[in-house]
Design a protein around this ligand. Structure first.
Ligand code: SF4
Length: 693
């Protein structure tokens, strides 16, 4: 704790980093933060926090924050500080000019999973109602869009099914493609507590993660080769079906029986057995059979997964395969069981809920539905376009083709976080007006014409929705240092563009969301103040929210089994690129580090290292700490080696928190077949000694 004086006032707010959504008491002295104290009544964290949230205030007051709007005619010109009014006028004239010249669909925007529900709602409203098209997408495109597709297909809605509290009722936890100890540490502590009480842990991950290595966990680790999730999950299903471990009563009552039978026949094929898939997946068949038996028969089984599931060419198929397993074993619809995406960003769930996808209005309702469109048309007093808009990668392609010329980016550094950096550069350079709305002059801003300063979570009111669908208040404790909270910026920008949105406070935006979204009809700031938080659906049927979903039936009616044929990624190893690279995070840093590198957390992280097995290192004459060149078909970068047997021979691993690492220079162009989520987690690479950058 860094003490800078005694507090004079405080407010309870929500951490703006990961999807756990820890509550903090921000203690203030005037406009200065004295300290951030984990809030004991916070329902997601119960008085705990991690080192990221504790020091999160650091970036709010960091000297590199941009506090004045800036504009420039060309990306080759220097930035010019201007008034807010001039910046809005400039941006509006550019966007209007673009639409006149290239048509209504030539502009669009990207919402931020870091901003509040109310702020993302406003951006999608501006685009749909103000721009007159559906060219809105979210940074969730590059992380959890397969969750949206996979869970909506099988269960009927795209959200985690279980509350954090009910981990205390779990007997078996399966963690796939996630490292909660590093990325969701406060929830990981609750998992570990239950594991110490005797619950069993199965970890499916190419790397021996901190969850596996934590003492007393007795984890059964299935160290699969990157890119083989679907083969492993189908092999687990094979064991469950062929050994008679299906919960037939549950399936008959709750799922489509005919579809189940087709699925059972499919997974029973000999080619899906653990033995038949062992060479392909790298997983010991004995361990895989044991894992299947533990999950199916060990009591309440809960599955937690992360980006190691979604960021693959079969990301959506993998989410579906997970849902199939949960339905087949009856591990869904009561406390202690479920399918739970561990959301990386604080408000990924919320930004998706708020209609940030080009095909869905708030509440996951397809834009082509006449009734729902009419509902929004009545409220917004506009005619809405029924055609789904462009996804982020389609926006980039259209920009290069010369048909998409204006982009408003809310709180997201797409140049650092999207794949195939050179393609993104080409797309941004092709546009006539890029508006970046952010805290810092990020990499994307190098290609922007308008910079609108953003505000931090400490400077505004609103709500975030965490990984367990928990809607929590964000409370303003500081006057916005830039002069305007993000929701006010979007409203002013919309007005300059000729589309008036009138709200005096974010609570009024939430009231509008509640009026238009069936899963939110019971949500209001008054209720959040009274109860502390609520988990959606929160409506007449569940006035205090819904901790566990699908209790009496799936949202879609009958649970849907879908066949999950394993199709190997097009990214292949070969003589030139014989190793497979995968990526992850460390505890003290968050994503590309734009915030955490501007806090006290810098003391725990100075660089990203490349983990490689001693066998691979020796073959290449690499010693611990040496500089190495990491090259793929797409590009190359340089970083230092860390020799460890946490990774298997043939697999290497790095984090991507430091900008110098340039992880996305080397990632491929492949993406999930259903959602275009980039395949960040599998890249064929070669490593050779280097003298350094
Ligand atoms: Fe909690 Fe996540 Fe924030 Fe850490 S980063 S304090 S786990 S919300």
């Amino acid at each position: 704790v860094i003490e800078i004086g005694q507090p004079e006032h405080s407010a309870v707010t929500t951490c703006a980093y990961c999807g756990v959504g820890c509550s903090f008491k921000a203690e203030m002295r005037g406009e200065e933060i004295v300290r951030m104290m984990p809030y004991k009544d916070g329902k997601a964290n119960r008085g705990h926090s991690c080192v990221k949230g504790r020091f999160a205030y650091g970036y709010a007051t960091h000297k590199e924050r941009i506090l004045k709007p800036m504009i420039r005619e060309s990306i080759n010109d220097p930035w010019r500080e201007v008034s807010w009014d001039e910046a809005f006028g400039f941006a509006a004239a550019k966007f209007k000019g673009i639409q006149q010249k290239y048509g209504r669909d030539s502009v669009g925007g990207i919402t931020s999973s870091r901003c509040t529900n109310e702020e993302t709602y406003l951006v999608q409203k501006l685009i749909r109602a103000g721009f007159g098209n559906n060219n809105v997408d979210t940074c969730a495109r590059v992380c959890h869009s397969p969750t949206g597709y996979g869970l909506a297909t099988t269960f009927g809605t795209s959200a985690g099914t279980q509350d954090f509290d009910s981990v205390e009722d779990s007997d078996v936890m399966v963690v796939i493609g996630a490292n909660p100890a590093a990325a969701h540490p406060v929830f990981a502590s609750r998992m570990k507590k239950r594991l110490r009480q005797g619950a069993k842990l199965i970890v499916i991950d190419p790397r021996r993660t901190e969850m596996v290595e934590s003492p007393h966990m007795n984890a059964l680790h299935l160290p699969l080769l990157p890119g083989t999730n679907v083969a492993v999950l189908t092999a687990l299903a094979h064991v469950i079906v062929t050994e008679g471990l299906v919960n037939e009563a549950f399936v008959r009552e709750r799922c489509d029986w005919d579809e189940f039978q087709d699925w059972a026949e499919f997974v029973s094929l000999p080619k899906h057995s653990p033995e038949a898939t062992a060479i392909m997946t790298g997983v010991n068949p004995k361990d895989l059979r044991e894992a299947a038996r533990i999950y199916a028969t060990g009591g309440n089984g809960a599955i937690y997964y992360g980006l190691g599931v979604t960021e693959h060419s079969q990301g959506s198929t993998t989410v579906i395969a997970i849902a199939n397993l949960a339905m087949a074993t009856g591990n869904i619809g009561r406390p202690g069981v479920g399918v739970n995406p561990l959301r990386g960003q604080n408000n990924v769930q919320g930004s998706c809920d708020m209609g940030s996808f080009p095909h869905e209005l708030p509440g996951y309702r397809h834009i082509s539905g006449d009734a729902v469109r009419e509902l929004f048309e009545g409220a917004w007093k506009v005619k809405l376009n029924a055609e789904p808009g462009l996804r982020i990668p389609n926006m980039f392609d259209a920009a290069i083709e010369g048909t998409f010329m204006g982009l408003y980016v809310q709180g997201e550094d797409i140049l650092q976080s999207d794949p195939n950096t050179s393609h993104v550069v080409q797309a941004l350079s092709s546009m006539e007006c890029v508006i970046v709305h952010d805290l810092f002059l990020n990499e994307t801003a190098n290609y922007a014409h308008v910079f609108l300063p953003g505000s931090t979570f400490l400077e505004k009111d609103g709500t975030f929705t965490n990984a367990e669908r928990r809607i929590q208040r964000v409370r303003k404790v500081m006057t916005p240092r830039n002069g305007m909270a993000d929701w006010e910026v979007t409203i002013a920008l919309a007005k300059a563009m000729g589309f008036e949105m009138k709200y005096n406070h974010p609570s009024e935006i939430m009231d509008e969301i509640a009026a238009l979204t069936p899963t939110f009809t019971g949500v209001s700031y008054a209720k959040l103040d009274e109860l502390g938080s609520v988990q959606w659906p929160c409506n007449e049927k569940a006035p205090e929210g819904t901790p566990v979903m699908h209790m009496d039936g799936f949202v879609r009616g009958k649970g849907k089994f879908v066949l999950t044929e394993y199709i190997a990624t097009d990214e292949r190893t070969g003589p030139r690129f014989p190793l497979l690279l995968t990526t992850g995070r460390i505890l003290s840093q968050y994503n590309v580090g734009a915030q955490t590198r501007r806090t006290e957390n810098v003391v725990w992280h100075s660089e990203d290292r490349l983990e490689m097995h001693p066998h691979d290192a020796e073959q290449r004459g690499v010693r611990d700490g040496d500089w190495v060149r990491l090259a793929s078909r797409a590009g190359e970068t340089t970083l230092r080696a860390l020799i460890t047997d946490r990774v298997a021979p043939g697999v290497v691993y790095t984090t991507f928190h430091h900008p110098d690492t340039q992880a996305n220079v080397i990632t491929t162009e492949f993406s999930d077949w259903a959602t275009n989520c980039p395949e960040y987690k599998v890249t064929a690479v070669q490593i050779s000694p280097s003298n350094g950058p």
